[in-house]
Ligand binder design. Structure first.
Ligand code: FES
Length: 177
């Protein structure tokens, strides 16, 4: 298992959480919207952040957890910067998606539902993503890749790691292209 240990969970600074709460008028009626903003900003819903929302809006903490666990868009553990989704719908299943998913677990070193230790990639199985004619389909970030088979996965992972490392270097150096 490569779940991120609690001690290394990314921080969700209180001022940043407060800014989100203020954006919605500290009104518990907008709890879902606050959670959406938290998820977008931190890629997960940290317990201290949920507690802060409960404290400042008088929302029930248990209710916030219900919302957080009901909607698939929310996660209580950090998600990677780039979601990797392997379609496991019927058309993709017929084209070997189980082997594709297994290849991703090997090359990324995580199981479905987990995030790589560098917080770059989260791996998930997905229901039909709506382009069955391209089976087997994998999405990496916003890219939709058709005709994927398990033998291509290693090369794909290496290619995307290079692309994302270059993008990170560009962002750090401020010279985007
Ligand atoms: S089953 Fe995979 S895209 Fe439809």
């Amino acid at each position: 298992m490569t779940l991120v240990p609690t001690t290394t969970l990314p921080d969700t600074p209180t001022p940043a959480v407060d800014a989100i709460i203020d954006r919605w008028g500290a009104n518990a009626e907008f709890a879902v919207e606050m959670l959406q903003d938290l998820q977008a900003e931190f890629r997960y819903l940290a317990r201290p952040a949920l507690e802060r929302i409960a404290e400042r809006t008088d929302a029930d903490l248990g209710r916030l957890y219900q919302i957080a666990t009901f909607f698939k868009a929310f996660s209580l553990t950090p998600r990677g910067r780039v979601p990797v989704r392997v379609c496991t719908g019927p058309a993709c299943h017929a084209k070997g998606s189980a082997r594709v998913l297994e290849a991703f677990t090997r090359h990324l070193g995580v199981q479905p539902g987990e995030t790589t230790s560098d917080m770059q990639y989260s791996l998930e199985g997905a229901r039909c993503v709506g382009c069955c004619g391209l089976a087997a389909v994998v999405t990496i970030g916003d890219d939709v890749l058709g005709g994927t088979d398990s033998s291509k996965v290693g090369k794909l992972v290496r290619r995307y790691r290079k692309i994302h490392a270059a993008a990170a270097r560009g962002a750090a150096g401020g010279d985007v292209r």
